[in-house]
Write a protein that binds this ligand. Sequence first.
Ligand SMILES: C[S@@+](CC[C@H](N)C(=O)[O-])C[C@H]1O[C@@H](n2cnc3c(N)ncnc32)[C@H](O)[C@@H]1O
Length: 444
Amino acid sequence: MTESKPVGWPGVVHREGRTLTRVTSLPDSESKGPAAKSKDSVFHNPAMAGSRTRSVMLMDYAIESGMLGNSEVRALDGLSASGLRARRWLNELPSETASRLIATVGDMNQNALDWAMKTEADFPSNNGELNSLLGDLRASVISQGWHWVDIDPFGSPVPFLDTAIQSLARRGVLEVSATDTAALTGSSKNPLMRRYGARVRLDKLKHDSGLRVLMATVARATARHDRSIIPLLSIWDSHHLRVSVRVLRLMEGANNLESSLGWRVYNPTEEEVEASTNSGLLPKDSSTDLPIRCFLPLSHPVAREDKRISGPMWIGPMGDKDVMASMTVDRSLELCGAIYSEKDPANWSQKNVELENRKVARAVRNIAEESEAIYSHHLIAVDELASWHEKGSPPSPAKMVAYLKEKGHSASVSHYAEPSFRTDAPWSVVVAAMDAIGSAANDR
Ligand SMILES: C[S@@+](CC[C@H](N)C(=O)[O-])C[C@H]1O[C@@H](n2cnc3c(N)ncnc32)[C@H](O)[C@@H]1O
């Protein structure tokens, strides 16, 4: 560890989740952006707190389930800034799990690494080990093999993908954030085409389409290195998109990549709905009502100038049922919840602790429930559903879900930017659910 004081040290003691840290200045709790981003100060973005909470929970599940083998786990927080993500892994995972963890903070900014290591020395985790790796991640990542690599850049993750994938062990997890949201959600078309080779229709599902384009980009990068992915979790959260995947050295999966890629079509024609159904991308339906959208396989011809089309994108499931089911509010608080102490170095009151714990719980809201329907093809924003069928007010997602489940279909409220739900029900049943809910409300 370096003995010199990092620029801005000691800053202010702060807490995120259960972990004490230091920040150059106290973040505004409502901030959606970075607290510090000048040349020398160490970057801390309070708006990423939820992402860090989910990262702890995902790692907890991955290690406990044996997904990463049975011995040590080498995890790299590749663009670590203050090192808070890696420090939260070490501090918030259960002792037995964390004791298998060798965590590394990587950054090209020596000041950031000094900050991370000095903070860890001040507030040491009970378990595991923290190392640092200085350098440009695009090259430094291949200095050893990793079971876990986290890429959380300013902007697009694309430049970091190839070497990160090459550096992964036989069994690995890759977590990738993107803050070039305007590109991925279709507002900035040229960067979207340049970086991701895709287009996205600017509509109610633009964040989901952006996530799917990002997933496809990660999948193509892994296939270039004879590996394949299994999506574990995909989240849009205020200013960033993030996908977490298992990466396997399976050439077969890499060869089958095309079957998981395709197009999303808004306002599809009858022929397109039929093609989607025949490809297993829509449930069979005898009704003539056409859905708002459907997926089409990559092999389906689409016109370049067709404004209804988004893609190419990942058209398979965007998460793993078991991983998502493990992300309950109870588990989030058990692992990451702040604990009140009279001798708290951050000087937090009970009220501060409660507020932090609400944030921790919010980070996983609906994820465990959504696991039940994550393999469904419909993600439906209720506002859009109501206007599509020229109804007045949008139906409640929870009521739609209750109705659809009662009819024997998978359905769940989604953790998404718009009030929405997922279901595997045929479109006619979705329409019937909306009508039934509307008339139930009118009967009252
Ligand atoms: C968005 S911040 C990371 C935030 C952090 N992951 C967190 O959870 O708070 C990006 C960090 O990447 C570092 N960085 C940018 N480009 C880099 C590169 N090519 N190699 C290594 N570090 C880089 C910056 O110094 C900065 O600290």
